[in-house]
Design a protein around this ligand. Structure first.
Ligand code: NAI
Length: 341
């Protein structure tokens, strides 16, 4: 059996990390039928559309996407393709596990933290306008439906996976109505999960608390903007943005992508770390029921991480390029297969 997957390599470092990831995923022996598309500026140049309708049709058909990062112009230009895809397919839960990898030196060992980010609303609704010259209004949308849905997702995940504690992160001291509604929804959902300890922290304090002692948290649930910012902060605990995967999950479709962006500063140099997208690929394999393949890659990765010289340069001691890192992982997978014959 083969899995049909919509592949969006993205731009910047996207094509490099996507190619490395696809090669490693295919080396497991799992069969994929990739339906590959450009989106964003590249797609506009070729097709006159930022998200060609073929991409939408493909995701509607495959229900699963693997996506590299896509550049969003700053302070003007087209709206985020990433946000548009999440909204179009109602991928309401952005699941971001923050876990250390063995042998990668970091400031904090043994971090195991899960961020659940609401993915469809808040300030990412893109509702902005100029009221009069020099005055701009940006609307933050928070609904009971989306807040309850994301809280349920977090608590149900916690129950299924024996997680002990959830903190809702907010700024309801200032945004009393919007973040107040978000908190009320979390409190109501929490009542149905008495075995899970529920807490609330204000977002600015959370940043300080995380840096002081990330171990005090287990799972964090929050609206879109706070989730975006706190995910990058937490990436630093486990080695940086090159390591953190994510899954955008809805009731009908799922798109797997790294937390990082298109990293224009290192694009095209074969130095980007493909681990974050690869770990997103592992989440995808498990979503597809390919547990053995996921274990195969995880074991190979662990062996490669023992050799700093085989890692990319964002890791202390790293000397390899993106493609050489992929070669090393595939080589370990081949060795393991030969040893088990
Ligand atoms: P970024 O995540 O692209 O880069 C931040 C820093 O982390 C840079 O120094 C970069 O070199 C480094 N970095 C990121 N990924 C890395 C990797 N795999 N290996 C080694 N180093 C890595 O964030 P930035 O610069 O704020 O955004 C660049 C563009 O990406 C923007 O247009 C932004 O909108 C877009 N973006 C797209 C996302 C997506 O497609 N899901 C997510 C975040 C940003």
């Amino acid at each position: 059996m083969s899995h049909k997957v919509t592949l969006i390599p993205g731009d910047g470092i996207g094509p490099e990390v996507s190619q490395a990831t696809v090669r490693i995923l295919e080396a497991t022996g799992v069969k994929f039928e990739w339906e590959s598309f450009a989106v964003g500026a590249d797609a506009f140049e070729k097709h006159g559309e930022y998200i060609p309708k073929e991409v939408i049709e493909s995701i509607e058909r495959t229900h699963v996407g693997l996506k590299g990062p896509v550049t969003t112009p700053v302070g003007g230009g087209f709206s985020s393709i990433n946000v548009a895809l999440r909204q179009k397919f109602e991928l309401y839960a952005n699941f971001r596990p923050i876990r250390n990898l063995p042998h990668i030196p970091t400031r904090y060992p043994d971090v195991d933290l899960i961020i659940v980010r609401e993915n469809t609303e808040s300030l990412y609704s893109g509702l902005e306008h100029e009221v009069v010259p020099g005055v701009v209004e940006s609307l933050k949308i928070i609904t009971e439906k989306a807040s309850t849905r994301i809280a349920k997702f977090a608590f149900e995940y916690a129950r299924k996976n024996q997680r002990k504690k959830i903190h809702a992160i907010h700024k309801a001291n200032i945004m009393k109505l919007s973040d107040g509604l978000f908190l009320r929804c979390c409190r109501t959902v929490a009542k149905g999960f008495p075995e899970i300890t529920y807490g609330e922290h204000i977002v600015d304090n959370t940043c300080m608390q995380l840096v002081m002692n990330p171990y005090q948290y287990d799972m964090l649930v929050m609206e879109n903007l706070y989730g975006d910012i706190i995910s990058d902060l937490c990436a630093a605990f486990v080695g940086g943005l090159g390591f953190v995967p994510s899954a955008n999950l809805g009731d009908h479709c799922a798109i797997f992508e790294a937390v990082h962006g298109s990293a224009p500063d290192i694009a095209g140099k074969n130095i980007a770390n493909p681990t974050a997208l690869l770990r997103s690929g592992l989440l995808m394999l498990r979503h597809l029921g390919e547990f053995d393949a996921s274990t195969q890659i995880r074991n190979a990765l662990e062996k490669v991480y023992r050799h700093p010289e085989k890692l990319t340069k964002d890791i202390p001691g790293g000397q390899a390029g993106t493609s050489q890192f992929a070669d090393a992982v595939i080589e370990e997978m081949e060795k393991a297969k030969t040893a088990s014959v």
